[in-house]
Design a protein around this ligand. Structure first.
Ligand code: APR
Length: 255
């Protein structure tokens, strides 16, 4: 069990070898400073709404209009915010490390893509995707009629739903398989802004650590992996992630 160190970034001791396979896992916390509410914090979404009422297949079957209205409301909110320096720092890291870098996100807000991340593994889908619940076809907004909810699939007339993973649903197989295999081989795993309570994503940091990865957590609050992390940065990500990435850049340059 590695000891937990509340350490400043500049005292972080990492080797160049540990930059060989870097995996980053993000949760709602990385988007908090963009103005996107988290789920479980004081002002989290699950404080105002019950997930079982809005984020389950049963809820959509019972009240598709209410569920769509909630997702359209969230889409509208997210469309008005911007990626923050934490998202941009991960784009820098991806540019620096190329194929040695993997970004896995639980977020459905699409802010990593808007910041410029090339291929984030979106474990829980993307709120801006429309997917037919029957034939699984994906549709752009302008191909659907949102004047009467739920929209219907132009191919099979099935009910179209938001392209996110709801509670009780399995994650996209390709996404979770890739996340597992990358985490298993990681040399450095950075967990950012997640309460680390929703599996299977919550198991990725431990899988990486058990495979020998150096585990860094960035979160202003304690989580179940804090005590197991090699380094805990008890700060918000928009300020600290750019500093951490600068540190990794100078490590890569051999400084
Ligand atoms: N910087 C970094 N972390 C932050 C910040 C910040 N500025 N603000 C809050 N946090 C941390 C909180 O301390 C908390 O640990 O972000 C975490 C957010 O936790 P949750 O709201 O539980 O979000 P997340 O971990 O992404 O939830 C996982 O649960 O409801 C489902 O599908 C949903 O993907 C989501 C999953």
């Amino acid at each position: 069990m590695s000891s937990t160190e509340f350490t400043e970034i500049n005292s972080l001791s990492l080797s160049q070898e540990q930059l060989q396979r870097v995996v980053v896992l993000t949760g709602a916390g990385i988007s908090a400073e963009s103005g996107v509410p988290t789920f479980r914090g004081e002002t989290g979404l699950w404080r105002q709404f019950r997930p079982e009422d809005l984020a389950t297949p049963e809820a959509f079957a019972d009240q598709p209009v209410v569920v769509w209205e909630w997702y359209l409301h969230r889409r509208n909110l997210i469309a008005q915010v911007l990626p923050n320096p934490g998202h941009h720092a991960l784009v820098e890291l991806e540019r620096m490390l190329g194929d040695s870098f993997t970004l896995v996100t639980q977020n459905v807000d699409g802010l990593h893509r808007r910041a410029g991340s090339q291929n984030p593994i979106e474990l829980h889908g993307n709120i801006f995707v429309n997917r037919c619940g029957r034939c699984q076809d994906h549709w752009a907004d302008d191909a659907l009629d949102f004047s009467k909810l739920p929209p219907h699939c132009p191919t099979c007339a099935g009910e179209v739903r938001p392209g996110v993973v709801w509670f009780g649903e399995s994650l996209p197989a390709a996404a979770i398989d890739q996340a597992y295999s990358k985490s298993q081989r990681a040399t450095l795993f950075i967990s950012i802004g997640t309460s680390t309570v929703v599996h299977p994503a919550a198991g990725l940091p431990l899988l990486a650590m058990e495979s020998g990865a150096y585990l860094i957590e960035i979160n202003p609050e304690e989580t179940p992996i804090s005590r197991l992390s090699d380094c805990v940065i008890r700060e918000k990500s928009a300020t600290t992630l750019p500093l951490l990435v600068k540190k990794l850049q100078s490590l890569k340059n051999g400084n």
